[in-house]
Design a protein. Structure first.
Length: 121
C-alpha cells in the first residue's frame, strides 16, 4: 500500500477504536450503575419546586432570538482577541477586514434594536 492509503487506514482504525471505546463506556455504565426507580425519582423536577400546571407551555420566541444574538456577539469577541494580539504584525489590510467584520455585526445589532428584539419585557 502507498503512504496515501495508509493514512486512510490509520484514520479508519482510530475511528473504529473511538466508536468501540464509547460503546464500551456506555455498556459498562449500564451494567454497573444502580437502577432503583421510585415514583419520587420519576417525577418532573425543576429548581427544587414541585411541578404545577400542565406539561405544555409556550415560550416567547424573543428569548431564543436574544440568546442567538448573544451567541453571535460572543463569537465576535472570540475573533477579536486573537486579532488584537497580532494587530501590529498583520498590516493595514487585516485592519480594514476587521472593520468590515465589526461593521456587519453592528448593522445586525442595529437591525435587532430597531425590530425591538433587545427589549426584554
Amino acid at each position: 500500500m502507498t503512504t496515501y492509503f495508509q493514512a486512510y487506514g490509520t484514520f479508519a482504525a482510530l475511528l473504529v477504536l473511538s466508536i468501540a471505546f464509547v460503546a464500551v463506556a456506555f455498556g459498562a455504565n449500564r451494567l454497573l450503575r444502580p437502577n432503583r426507580p421510585t415514583p419520587g425519582k420519576l417525577t418532573t423536577y425543576e429548581s427544587g419546586m414541585d411541578p404545577v400546571g400542565t406539561t405544555w407551555s409556550q415560550t416567547q420566541i424573543r428569548y431564543y432570538v436574544f440568546a442567538f444574538l448573544f451567541v453571535i456577539f460572543d463569537v465576535e469577541s472570540v475573533f477579536l482577541f486573537p486579532w488584537a494580539l497580532v494587530f501590529a504584525d498583520i498590516g493595514v489590510a487585516a485592519f480594514w477586514e476587521m472593520v468590515v467584520f465589526i461593521g456587519v455585526l453592528a448593522i445586525g445589532l442595529l437591525y435587532a434594536f430597531k425590530k425591538g428584539v433587545l427589549r426584554w419585557a
